[in-house]
Design a protein around this ligand. Structure first.
Ligand code: ADP
Ligand code: MG
Length: 119
């Protein structure tokens, strides 16, 4: 996920968590980098803002190749570690009440996901 501070990345993740049936409340993982939640699928919520000038690998592969859904705020900061198949989401602020979301599928699986969303 990409989008300026305050664009709505964490808020979007809260909605995703709700859809997955996560009972705990989702809060920003800015200081912990990653938070894990249990839902119908595990949810791994990462905020890698603090890794902008670092090439630290906190074990991304295990999350990305695991059975859960990984959501990454400021994903371009860990571009080298991102999986080849993914859904890029760009959120921008329009006004206090509205946001624009752009979805870009990378790889055939997420092309399918996007088509399902459009139906
Ligand atoms: N789709 C939306 N519509 C209206 N307000 C939103 C929306 N998404 C987020 N907000 C508000 O914008 C503020 C910042 O959202 P947040 O999700 O923390 O942004 P980010 O994680 O991108 O920094 C919050 O006060 C939140 O309630
Ligand atoms: Mg956030």
């Amino acid at each position: 996920m990409e989008g300026d501070l305050g664009a709505g990345k964490t808020t979007f993740t809260k909605g995703l968590a709700e859809g997955l049936g996560v009972k705990r409340s989702v809060s920003s993982p800015t200081f912990t980098i990653i938070k894990e939640y249990e839902g119908e699928l595990p949810l791994y919520h990462m905020d890698v803002y603090r890794l902008e000038y670092s090439d630290e690998d906190i074990g991304f592969d295990e999350y990305f190749n695991g059975n859960g859904i990984s959501v990454v705020e400021w994903a371009t900061f860990i571009e080298d570690y991102l999986p080849d198949e993914r859904l890029n989401i760009n959120i921008s602020y329009i006004d206090e009440q509205s946001r624009e979301l752009k979805f870009q599928a990378v790889g055939t699986h997420f092309e399918w996901v996007l088509n399902e969303l459009k139906r």
